[in-house]
Ligand binder design. Structure first.
Ligand SMILES: C[S@@+](CC[C@H](N)C(=O)[O-])C[C@H]1O[C@@H](n2cnc3c(N)ncnc32)[C@H](O)[C@@H]1O
Length: 262
């Protein structure tokens, strides 16, 4: 979003989840790639085993971003395809996972024939399109009995540093969904998949002070702010980082939801 966006428009984008999901990742993919965590080996192993992903599996990673989950799926020997609407994200993806085919597509309109995939994955993104419409589209492109995995790295706000970070970065005001939301309910309600298996893991991301600030800068609601408001928040985050020992450990809860097409 351009810096000179009128304040009313900024508020409108912040209030409209699907608009924020589109605008908040239209730039800054290099910062996203540097600062955001990947997915822990433990959670990926569980995801892959639950969905039976392995050599020869056809996997569609929806909202693939810079490929933080895709690269772990490629390592299983699966044939992966990525769907991602942001050109900026796709450009970073192409550098990191150059051998994986990508399409520019929204989650609710996937340009693939019915039954094309054994598994669909969505990492850190289902909250932008958590609808029966999107789930029906995932079910359509999956073969009968195909698997769905939704995964998030959630900041563990029981940790005092994370709680303070959430407060000063205004995450508590602008978060697109509450940490720990049970997205399995949305999946169950759709009638397209089930039953949903819920699993939670934990891991800690070690960060230097610059990356600590950058992981906040990569948040969608920060990306869309006018420069003055963005700078003020990032300066507060830098001050918090300055008082912490490096590496700064950022603890995460990893929420994983797996289900099969009904
Ligand atoms: C937080 S990033 C997650 C990227 C990547 N999956 C990861 O784990 O790092 C959210 C992604 O959702 C994408 N996104 C937002 N709205 C979308 C939609 N309606 N359909 C598909 N992708 C969407 C954004 O472009 C962005 O790349």
């Amino acid at each position: 979003m351009p810096e000179e966006t009128p304040p009313d428009d900024v508020e409108r984008v912040l209030a409209d989840k699907s608009l924020l999901g589109r605008s908040g990742f239209s730039s800054g993919s290099d910062v996203y790639e540097r600062a955001r965590p990947g997915y822990s080996d433990e959670s990926v192993t569980h995801l892959v085993d639950s969905l039976g992903i392995g050599p020869g599996s056809r996997v569609l990673d929806v909202a693939s971003g810079t490929g933080k989950l895709t690269r772990s799926l490629v390592a299983t020997g699966a044939t992966c395809v990525a769907a991602e609407p942001s050109a900026s994200m796709r450009a970073s993806f192409a550098q990191v996972v150059p051998d994986v085919a990508q399409v520019g597509a929204d989650a609710v309109r996937l340009p693939f024939a019915s039954g094309s995939f054994d598994a669909v994955t969505v990492a850190q993104a289902f909250h932008w399109f958590a609808t029966t419409e999107a789930l029906a589209e995932f079910a359509r492109v999956l073969r009968p009995g195909g698997g769905l995995a939704l995964i998030w790295n959630e900041r563990d706000e029981s940790d005092p540093l994370v709680a303070e970070l959430a407060r000063i970065s205004k995450w508590d005001v602008h978060q697109p969904y509450p940490v720990g939301r049970d997205f399995g309910v949305v999946v169950d309600r759709s009638g397209c998949f089930g039953p949903v298996i819920r699993t939670r893991f934990r891991f800690t991301q070690p960060l230097d002070r610059t990356s600590f600030v950058e992981q906040v800068a990569s948040r969608s609601y920060i990306v869309v702010l006018p420069e003055e408001r963005r700078r003020a928040i990032l300066d507060d985050v830098a001050a918090l980082a300055a008082g912490a020992e490096e590496p700064i450990g950022l603890p995460y809860l990893v929420d994983l939801f797996c289900a099969r097409v009904r």
